[in-house]
Ligand binder design. Structure first.
Ligand SMILES: Cc1ncc(COP(=O)(O)O)c(C=O)c1O
Length: 441
């Protein structure tokens, strides 16, 4: 309650409304930073206790034992319990160099071309801090990873959205059927365009951008002198005979590309907050200046553990085995969708499936919480599936990953994560059969 001033004399401080004493920065008004996001609405705390969580993209299993053993070992030593170099621990930078040089097709300098960050997210944020000026435009394909948006606007950037177009009239779509309209991409470019974000393999579509698609983007990037953020955090999860092409390896693209990667995805350690950037010194060094001011350095013991992971991954055949396990999980859940007769997009990479909910008839009188007012049909479908007695599987509404203008595209889909063990995927597949009586198509 606010006590009014009397005769111009303010009330004693203890009687003033102190709940909003200090105004926060207007930057929080942008980029949906204050909006209640999907992660809060579809948080396990709001859902039935026995709901199976295929919503947020984290695993229900831990990192490999030989990686956690290296973390334990690091915790017992003195050095790794203290600050690391802001560029990252030398052992991890060396491991990144050794592991990734073949796929980048070049030698990497551990002093100026590799930067360890607190997750890929902080790495991307630091790139925005280092390179964006007020009014600079950043092109992102929709659906987009939701962190990009506030990270761009906090740094004065202006997001410009280009949708991936969903499959139409395709009987059994794959993520290849989500396409870029290159004329639309070209029309999105203005003299203020500074940067383009490419996420391949893509969250949530699962699309692995083809070499031809990336080459066309490369021509545009060269023509308009764009900085390219290649978000390749799911590079270790590419399925079937699809090829992950690193954007930085296309002719001429090294000098304008920063590639973001994540130990969270690579080693099932999303809470460790270890990631890294690879790029030319002209991008890495300014980003280091930003990152040093934001976090100073990334947590030391887990950098050691990730280094051990990369050092041993090849000889242990770790990524091959991990991919096999994800393929099994994908097969389990898509066979449940096939049995149910619902449409979905078969992903070529990452660990998400776009489930087409356009054929689900939600009962008219179904109760929804106030937090869903004004949200798209996909929010309602997610709530319905997460709470209906016969289903109880949580997923994430895809319209959240579109701008307001394009959110009608996302409203037909929910994102199903398959980064849970196969038994959980089987149980979820059985629960999804409860949808049968609500399908109209
Ligand atoms: C496309 C994409 N980029 C970046 C990140 C962030 O990765 P990290 O957990 O390493 O910050 C994620 C995490 O979900 C993601 O899906």
């Amino acid at each position: 309650m606010t006590v009014p001033a009397q005769n111009g004399i303010p009330p004693p401080a203890k009687l003033q409304d102190r709940s909003k004493l200090i105004p926060f920065s207007p930057r929080l008004e942008e980029g949906r930073a204050l909006a209640e996001d999907v992660w809060s609405i579809f948080n396990a705390a709001n859902l039935p206790d026995d709901c199976i969580n295929l919503g947020q993209g984290y695993m229900n299993f831990g990192p490999p034992k030989w990686v956690t053993a290296a973390a334990n070992e690091a915790l017992q030593a003195v050095g790794p319990n203290h600050y690391s170099h802001p560029k990252g621990r030398p052992r991890l930078r060396q491991a990144i160099k050794d592991f990734y040089e073949p796929s980048f097709g070049r030698e990497l300098d551990i002093n100026s071309e590799i930067l360890v960050t607190s997750g890929a997210n902080e790495g991307c944020y630091s790139v925005f801090v280092a390179f964006l000026d007020h009014g600079d435009e950043v092109i992102m394909f929709e659906p987009f990873f939701d962190q990009y948006l506030p990270s761009v606007t906090f740094n004065g950037g202006k997001p410009v959205y280009v949708p991936l177009h969903p499959p139409t009239n395709v009987d059994k779509p794959t993520s290849k059927d989500w396409t870029i309209d290159f004329d639309e991409l070209r029309r999105a470019i203005t003299p203020r365009t500074k940067m383009i974000i490419i996420n391949t393999p893509h969250n949530p579509v699962g699309k692995v951008f083809t070499k031809q698609e990336l080459e066309k983007i490369a021509v545009i990037a060269e023509e308009h002198n764009l900085l390219v953020m290649a978000d390749e955090v799911y590079d270790c999860l590419v399925f079937d005979d699809n090829e992950h092409v690193r954007f930085a390896t296309l002719p001429g693209m090294w000098d304008r590309t920063v590639t973001a990667m994540s130990a969270g995805k690579a080693f099932s350690a999303t809470g460790w907050r270890v990631g890294w950037l690879v790029g030319p010194p002209s991008i890495i060094m300014p980003t280091l200046a930003a990152s040093t001011r934001i976090v100073f350095c990334t947590n030391s013991p887990l950098q050691e553990a990730v280094a051990a992971g990369l050092e041993q991954a090849k000889t242990r055949g770790f990524f091959e085995q991990q991919t096999k396990e994800y393929l099994e999980r994908r097969a389990t859940i898509v066979s449940a969708f096939d049995k149910l007769g619902i449409k979905y997009t078969q992903p070529e990479g990452a660990y998400f499936i776009m489930l087409d909910i356009s054929g689900i008839k939600i009962p008219d009188n179904y109760p929804f919480p106030a937090s869903l007012n004004g949200r798209g049909r996909d929010f309602k479908a997610c709530w319905f599936m997460a709470t209906h007695e016969d289903i109880k599987v949580s997923t994430i509404p895809v319209s959240e990953f579109y701008c307001d203008e394009h959110c009608n595209i996302g409203e037909n889909y929910v994102r199903v994560s398959f980064c849970k063990d196969n038994d959980t995927m089987k149980a979820a597949g059985e629960r999804f059969q409860g949808l049968k009586k609500f399908l109209t198509l």
